[in-house]
Each structure stands twice: as C-alpha cells, then as structure tokens.
Ligand binder design. Structure first.
Ligand SMILES: Cc1ncc(COP(=O)(O)O)c(C=O)c1O
Length: 396
C-alpha cells in the first residue's frame, strides 16, 4: 500500500469523544487497546491533507471564512467523478455537520406536531431531530431478511399517505443496517414521497465508503423531480476522517427550499458557519486523496471479512449483517441468550471491547453491537482473540 494504515495515534487525554468513553470504563494508557464505537477512523490523516493544513497555517489569517468558488467547484467535481452527479456550486450551503443540517431541515420545513418518517433502526440523532423539536416520529421499521434489511413499501406508503406526514429523513447508505439502497428502492421511495408531498432529507454522509461490488446513487441524481423535492446532506468528514474540522456540504437544488434554508441560517447564524481549516482540508481531500480512500476501503473490507469469517467459525450464533457500505458492522448477538446489559458488561469488563450498543439505534437494535472497523487490521484480530477468551465461559 502507498499509504500508512498501520499507525495509531493513541488519543488518551486529547479530548477524543470515542477514547474518553473507553477511558471512562477503566482502560489505562499502557493497554494497547482501541475503541470500536463512535464513527471516526483510527487511521492517520492523509499526508496531502496534512500538507494543505500546514500551508494554510503558514499563510492564512484565521478570520471568518466563506467557501471559495474553487472550493465549491472542487466539491462538485468530486460529486461528478465519484457519483456521476451533475451538482451545481450554487446549490451548496455550508453546515458544521450533517446532524446540524437535518435538525435545521426539520425546523425549517415542518411545524410542531407534524410527522417525520424514519426508517428504523437508525442513527440515533435522527430520533432527537424529530422528538426534541416536538415533531411526531413516524416509524417505518426496516424488515430484516436473513443478514440484510428491506423496506416494507406497503407500510412505508401507508405512513407517507397520512396528511400529517411532511418529511422523510433518509439514511443512504444506511447506518447501522449497512444497506446501499438500490436505484429501484430509491425510485420507489421517491415516487411515494412525491405522490404524498413528503420532502426528502437524504443524509448521504457515508456515500463514499462503499464496499466492492456496490454502487451508491445520490438521491437527487435520479430525476429532476426528485432533485426538486430533496435536500442532500454530504460531507468529506466520514470519507477522510475530518469530523473534528466540522465542514459539511448541504445541496439544495430547489431554489425556494434553498432560500428558506438561507433565511433561517441568516437569522440563527449571521456569521459564516464553517472554519477556514475545514475548507482547506476538505478541498485537499477531494482534490488529492482518492487513492488514499481506495486503500482505506481495502483495509475496511479486509476487516469486515475477518470478522465475518471468525464469527462463522467461532460464534455461529452471532449474525453478521451484510455491510454494503460505511465502516460500521452491525451484528445480532441475541442468539447468545444473554441480556443486553450483560453483553455490554462482558464486552467492557472482560473482553475490553468497546462497541456502540445496538439499543441506542432503536428498540430493534437490542442485543446488537455496532463495530467500527476503520482501524488497522491487527487491532481487529486482537479484539477477536479477546472475545473468544472472554466468552468461553458464557457460550456453549
Ligand atoms: C448517518 C450519519 N449522519 C450524520 C453523522 C454525523 O454527521 P456530522 O458529524 O457531520 O454532524 C453520522 C456519524 O456517524 C452518521 O452516521
């Protein structure tokens, strides 16, 4: 490999959300253990991004920053090259993050008491965006079939047809279920939403992290009608591990919807939202780091296969859900017959494994674990060894 996917910068006492949670469970600095929870990567930053940031520090003034024309064109060039999507620079609105953006969208495009659809289990801040803003959660449970999930379109349409339902937050690719929605599925979703006047907020933050054999389709690229009835939330933050720089690109092709969003931003956030280093890092990533991304995907794919083969061999009771995209492997540990709190305890205290617990993604996630695989393979292997040892007393 050209790039380094072996070195881990230990993030003890650096303010890392993921590492702080592990330390809170008693892991000490001299233990060679990493967490597998929060969705950032244990890979060192691509050198092209580091160089761009160094240059910026030497040459820049850290004032309020708007996105430059070059930045916006670079983002659009990535959309074209990677996703075949002809996006226009003027559609882009900056946001600190995609979570901010879907919270904003719920507040801008719906009123209190109106319904917002989620396809559950799903990334847990989406529940907050609905419930903490006094909207009504319209739950469209995904259906598990074997080791994958499907949409129950009869149920989906029934929910969309309710006059009170105004918006869908689509998670595409889906976290935590790992699905890359096919064109056919997206067309069905989109046609139902158009028919029943439901606006689509498509969270596509994981869209670049697609496993070999799958292809992500940007929702707005499917048809002009779909483009006019959606906002597409993207970011380089998952793709290139830049979450701490808080720079996202929210695409709104529909001028009226875009102006509504802009008006809201001007009121709530009169100064530019993102920071200059985030823009520079993102620009360098989209311009120079595609090869880094391809290699990162190879490592994640290798880790995914390692866990899958290990579970089939050692813990056939654990169902490993097909991870078509993201680096977050969703696993059903229910057939081990242990209560979820007991699973969590064994993982933390005995196996020293720090996953995201499935129940945070909704009731269907009980006794599931979500394993972040964006790390050097040796840590995954070591974790599997610890798991085998810890569970020998619990699993027959
Ligand atoms: C589906 C999804 N949306 C949004 C985010 C976070 O977005 P941001 O950090 O840009 O707010 C995540 C992070 O894991 C995610 O999985």
């Amino acid at each position: 490999m050209k790039y380094n996917f072996e070195t881990v910068h230990k993030r003890f006492n650096t303010g890392s959300k993921k590492w702080d949670e592990m330390v809170a469970h008693g892991v000490k600095e001299d233990e060679d253990i990493i967490p597998f929870s929060v969705a950032d990567m244990e890979f060192v930053t691509a050198p092209e991004i580091v160089d761009a940031l160094k240059y910026e520090l030497d040459h820049s003034v850290m004032g309020y920053a708007n996105p430059t024309k070059e930045y916006q064109e670079t983002v659009c060039a990535w959309m074209k090259k990677r996703h075949g999507w002809d996006a226009k620079p003027e559609w882009i609105l900056p946001s600190h993050g995609v979570v901010d953006a879907f919270f904003d969208a719920v507040k801008i495009y719906t009123k209190e008491g109106e319904g917002v659809m989620l396809m559950t289990p799903v990334y847990y801040p989406m529940y907050h965006a609905v419930q903490d803003t006094n909207r009504v959660l319209v739950d469209c449970p995904l259906v598990r079939r074997g080791n994958t999930y499907e949409i129950d379109f009869d149920d989906f349409e029934k929910k969309a047809a309710d006059e009170n339902t105004k918006l869908l937050i689509l998670c595409s690719p889906h976290n935590p279920c790992g699905r890359v929605w096919t064109r056919e599925e997206l067309e069905k979703i989109g046609n139902i939403c158009l028919k029943h006047h439901v606006l689509v907020v498509s969270d596509e933050i994981h869209f670049d992290l697609v496993m070999p054999g799958y292809r992500h389709i940007v929702y707005a690229s499917i048809s002009e009608e779909f483009a006019q009835n959606c906002i597409v939330c993207t970011a380089p933050s998952k793709t290139f591990n830049l979450a701490g720089l808080q720079t996202s690109n929210i695409f709104i092709p529909n001028e009226k919807l875009r102006n509504q969003y802009l008006t809201y931003l001007k009121k709530t956030n009169p100064n530019p939202k993102c920071n200059i280093l985030g823009y520079r890092a993102s620009e360098a990533a989209y311009k120079y780091c595609e090869e880094w991304l391809e290699e990162a995907i190879q490592v994640i794919d290798r880790n995914r296969n390692l866990v899958k083969d290990f579970m089939a061999r050692e813990f056939p009771q654990i169902d490993v859900i097909d991870m078509e995209a993201t680096y977050l492997l969703w696993m059903d540990w229910g057939k081990l017959g242990l209560d979820c709190k007991e699973l969590e305890r064994i993982n933390h205290e005995e196996a020293k494994l720090f996953f995201d617990e499935g129940y945070v993604f909704g009731a269907q996630g009980e006794c599931y674990e979500r394993w972040n695989l964006a790390c050097p393979t040796r840590y995954v292997q070591e974790a599997l060894d610890r798991m085998k040892e810890a569970y020998k007393n619990y699993v027959k």
